[in-house]
Design a protein around this ligand. Sequence first.
Ligand SMILES: NC(=O)c1ccc[n+]([C@@H]2O[C@H](COP(=O)([O-])OP(=O)(O)OC[C@H]3O[C@@H](n4cnc5c(N)ncnc54)[C@H](OP(=O)(O)O)[C@@H]3O)[C@@H](O)[C@H]2O)c1
Length: 242
Amino acid sequence: MRRLHPTYAESAELVSEYAYPGDRVWVRANMVSSVDGSAVVGGRSEGLSGAADKKVFGVLRGLCDVVLVGAGTARAEGYRAPSAKARYAESRASAGQRPAPVLALVSRSLDLDPTSALFSGPQPTIVVTTESASSSAAERLGDVALLVVAGENEVDIGSALDQLAALGLPRVLCEGGPHLLAEVVAAGRLDELCATVSPRLVAGDGPRILTGRETAAPVRLQLAHLLEEDDNLFARYLVTRA
Ligand SMILES: NC(=O)c1ccc[n+]([C@@H]2O[C@H](COP(=O)([O-])OP(=O)(O)OC[C@H]3O[C@@H](n4cnc5c(N)ncnc54)[C@H](OP(=O)(O)O)[C@@H]3O)[C@@H](O)[C@H]2O)c1
């Protein structure tokens, strides 16, 4: 993979390109879109992905403590709890991280199948929900997951992230989807966006990588790096705060 910015490099080392800034709370999102701005092909992101995108996806998972994802994405994409990868065993152990990232699902409805692969990872999956969530659904999921309650009728993202940090999970990787990411941005909690531009045109009326809640004012981003492989562009943006 080539680095095009800030300096040219023929072969960028992805683990250092994407290193978290220490063990403080840091919320990174990773999203892919077509050149014409769609976040989906046929209702899923798979059609926008390829070998290069999967490489970055794998590195970002290898570096994080927790994968935060909305229930809509988990359902649409048939999510599974992440497994431990031998490649990251040593670096994770020396950074005091668990062997595999924890999966944290955000859901108000709790419409999640407790027998699915979402809950069969090496460590308990977290379900972040609201006080108003159905108590019977919460009880059912409580047998297979750790429930984190944040907010009354909708998940308070700030409180959820603070509770994840208190559980020893400060390095967050938000994999979307577009509604959850808009909530994270609206809560002022996004630190970094890793945006892949996939060399494809798809048209249609699929969502952009953020949708739903509009930001009070446009959020200014600073380009930290730009990588390229197989015509895919991998931009790493930092959120600038006044
Ligand atoms: N291109 C990409 O990089 C990318 C990445 C991810 C997903 N996608 C695509 O995006 C689509 C899914 O989009 P989406 O925006 O609907 O997915 P999403 O953001 O993953 O899921 C939305 C759901 O998450 C829960 N949720 C989010 N914020 C919440 C809050 N503040 N409080 C309570 N619950 C909250 C709710 O779950 P409940 O309904 O359970 O209450 C809500 O219906 C799929 O087609 C997927 O393939 C694309």
